[in-house]
Write a new protein. Structure first.
Length: 262
């Protein structure tokens, strides 16, 4: 099964391009769920979620809806004295897990998280602490893209996050690998000019994929679907609703290719 959606849904600049102009923020998720069956929740990176928040999200979505919850920042970026945060994070996810709507946990590490023995050991520890949840790992530095790392992730039952992003030195190349029960693909856009040189973080994600750039991923996503239980395809080029446009495009392309897509 392949689930296609966007990285986040609560954007003011989506009013007009996607949402009605006068939509209330509290109604955005319900409206979004009329069009897609999957989304990432990125706010959980900045603030530890709680059960009440997760319960409300699942209550606003239909039975077949799936969420990918981004790991809180202390779990991936700070990485010290975070035992209580792991416990609180796991506890908060229970309403989603119990409703069957928790697709996976997305652990996105920073580019400064380089390949080392200590960092490999930390990923193993993260997998143990998040045992019971399907977890996928996104690296931001290209040196992690190695056969021994793919083997290591598979041994830990962790998914490798495949990315499409600018072809710049040090970034992760567009490698399609399934290393766990969940495969994951994130499209960040190819705005190479603004990736490092921007005033606002959203500028690097200001990119609209043309059809030919998405077409190259269609057979690769199909292979991921045959190598895993489910695949999540997330569009992170969120500026002014471009993610919605491209999510619809690749969903249609996958369906035309005969894939089972939600």
């Amino acid at each position: 099964m392949i689930f296609v959606g966007t990285a986040g849904y609560s954007y003011d600049d989506w009013k007009g391009p996607f949402y009605p102009e006068k939509v209330d923020k509290k109604e955005m998720l319900s409206f979004y769920a009329l069009h897609f069956c999957f989304t990432e929740v990125n706010s959980t990176y900045y603030r530890l979620p709680n059960r009440f928040m997760m319960y409300n999200m699942q209550a606003k979505t239909p039975e077949n809806f799936h969420f990918a919850i981004k790991a809180y920042k202390s779990l991936t970026h700070e990485r010290t004295n975070n035992g209580q945060d792991f416990t609180a994070f796991a506890e908060a996810l229970q309403p989603l897990a119990e409703s069957g709507k928790l697709g996976c946990v997305l652990a996105q590490f920073p580019q400064s998280f380089r390949l080392s023995g200590a960092n490999v050991a930390y990923i193993k520890e993260l997998g143990v602490r998040l045992a019971g949840f399907d977890t996928v790992v996104e690296f931001r530095h290209g040196e992690w893209v190695r056969e021994d790392i793919f083997k290591f992730l598979a041994e830990q039952g962790l998914g490798f996050v495949c990315v499409d992003e600018p072809r710049l030195k040090g970034l992760v190349p567009p490698e399609a690998r399934a290393t766990g029960p969940v495969a994951y693909v994130r499209f960040h856009g190819r705005n190479s000019q603004k990736w490092w040189n921007h005033r606002e973080s959203y500028e690097r994600y200001d990119y609209l994929y043309p059809e030919d750039e998405l077409a190259g991923w269609v057979p690769r996503i199909g292979e991921l679907a045959r190598e895993s239980k489910k695949v999540y395809v997330s569009m992170n080029n969120h500026y002014r609703g471009q993610a919605v446009t491209n999510a619809r495009m690749i969903r249609d392309m996958l369906r035309l290719a005969g894939e089972e897509v939600f």
